[in-house]
Write a protein that binds this ligand. Structure first.
Ligand SMILES: [Fe+2]
Ligand SMILES: [Fe+2]
Length: 165
């Protein structure tokens, strides 16, 4: 049997939103340390931190929009008598999909900078933890965006279309 949309939303929040809320501050803390230690010798750490902060801010806004606006609307679709504003769902989905693209572009920028830093960075366990955490973040973001872009959003749109007839 197909998962309910509410169930999928709970899973996304627990597996991915919680992960981001826990990991992003901890990565930022590590980057702050690294910039203090190595920023002068290796200015790319400063560039990486700047892109990461932008990613952090954009992600916070994005999660809030999903949890406070779109997800409650999607949960309503499954209620026995549901009146959902299809236009509103479509507009929000379009905004959030665009934000996924922005976040993806920032992830690519971070991956490029990380690669450049790696070449000149030796023997720092702190740096290695950051590289590992950013790699994990990239994998998680891919799964997270896939669940929303290819499963949750299309199903929500198709069911809200039906509930409007
Ligand atoms: Fe999400
Ligand atoms: Fe999202």
């Amino acid at each position: 049997m197909d998962k309910t949309l509410a169930c999928l939303i709970d899973e996304i929040i627990q597996a991915h939103h919680e992960y981001l809320r826990q990991e992003l501050p901890s990565i930022l803390e590590l980057l702050n340390k690294m910039v203090k230690l190595e920023g002068e010798r290796q200015p790319k750490w400063n560039a990486l931190k700047a892109v990461f902060i932008q990613f952090f801010i954009e992600t916070n806004t994005h999660l809030t929009q999903e949890e406070n606006l779109l997800f409650p609307m999607i949960r309503k679709i499954e209620e026995p008598i549901s009146i959902v504003d299809l236009g509103q769902v479509q507009a929000l989905v379009a905004i959030l999909e665009k934000e996924h693209e922005t976040l993806d572009a920032l992830m690519i920028e971070m991956a490029t900078l990380t690669k450049e830093i790696r070449v000149n960075q030796t023997g720092s366990s702190n740096a290695q933890i950051i590289f590992d955490k950013l790699h994990q973040l990239e994998i998680d973001m891919e799964i997270h965006a896939h669940k929303e872009d290819h499963v949750l959003f299309p199903q929500a749109l198709s069911r809200s279309r039906k509930s409007n007839f």
